[in-house]
Design a protein around this ligand. Structure first.
Ligand code: HEC
Length: 241
């Protein structure tokens, strides 16, 4: 069992993007291949700013853009959790991207153009439930990473494509639109949505496929029922579309 948990964080999963394949990093406590020799400040910078300890930008398949608002306490909690991951002394394959994305310096330009602040700020006049749902959906659970259209440089179209779906996800799957209007017209409500985030089962009795299956399997099913309900409440009423 411990072995299985360790393998979960050893990285190496490939993201096949239109620009080439990016491999997920080893996040175990191994000092050579993982993050075992990092200080919490390095971890905070990586998670909130997408920068390595040497200030080299990470590729945006790492969804740091959504974590920019994490509080010091949230970072400390995450850090404490990662300290419990057993070291795995294995490298991950080298990322293999086409020019200009092969040049990490070009990522600085990319960040200047496409690194958007998360929409996690509380909205006055909305309930605590809605605001908490907004924080989770727009931040930590990064639903928009897959459900928002991207331009040809892989930047999210935050103005025109927000939650409008994305037909070219890494690995070839398609994420449908999850604006409130789209969810209503597909027959979702707060109950069915929070249930699907727990079980992966949709109102028609199907199960989520592709990467959405993994979102539930590896993510939302571990959340509290209350968190899933506030997320569903926000999703059904993203009144600012
Ligand atoms: C890694 C990419 C990815 C992420 C992140 C992601 N989704 Fe999805 N989502 C998908 C894909 C792919 C599908 C299509 C699944 C299928 O065809 O069975 C989907 C389908 C859905 C659907 C079904 C919509 C419909 O009417 O058919 C809902 C609802 C949904 N996602 C909600 C969410 C929420 C809420 C989050 C954030 C917690 C989220 N998704 C995060 C990839 C993703």
């Amino acid at each position: 069992m411990l072995k299985a948990v360790a393998r979960l964080w050893q990285g190496g999963g490939g993201f096949e993007t239109p620009f080439g394949t990016v491999y997920a990093a080893n996040l175990t406590t191994d000092p050579d291949f993982g993050i075992g020799d990092w200080a919490i400040e390095d971890f905070a910078k990586a998670v909130r700013q997408g920068l390595s300890p040497d200030d080299v930008p990470y590729y945006p398949v790492f969804t740091y853009a959504f974590y920019q608002d994490f509080s010091d306490q949230q970072i400390a909690d995450l850090w404490a959790a990662f300290q419990t991951v057993a070291p795995v002394s294995e490298p991950v394959p080298a990322t293999d991207l086409a020019f200009p994305f092969s040049e990490r310096d070009s990522l600085k330009l990319w960040r200047a153009a496409f690194l958007h602040a998360p929409r996690t700020t509380s909205v006055l006049g909305q309930s605590d439930t809605w605001n908490r749902g907004c924080e989770l959906v727009e931040g930590a659970t990064h639903c928009a990473a897959c459900h928002t259209e991207r331009n040809i440089a892989g930047g999210r179209k935050v103005d025109t494509g927000r939650m409008q779906g994305n037909d070219v996800l890494p690995g070839g799957s398609k994420a449908p639109a999850i604006t409130s209007a789209a969810l209503v017209s597909s027959g979702w409500d707060v109950d069915s949505l929070s249930y699907a985030l727990q079980t992966g089962i949709t109102p028609s009795g199907d199960t989520f496929g592709g990467s959405m299956g993994e979102v539930v399997q590896m993510g939302t099913r571990f959340m509290t029922q209350e968190d899933r309900i506030v997320m569903a409440t926000y999703l059904m009423d993203q009144s600012d579309e």
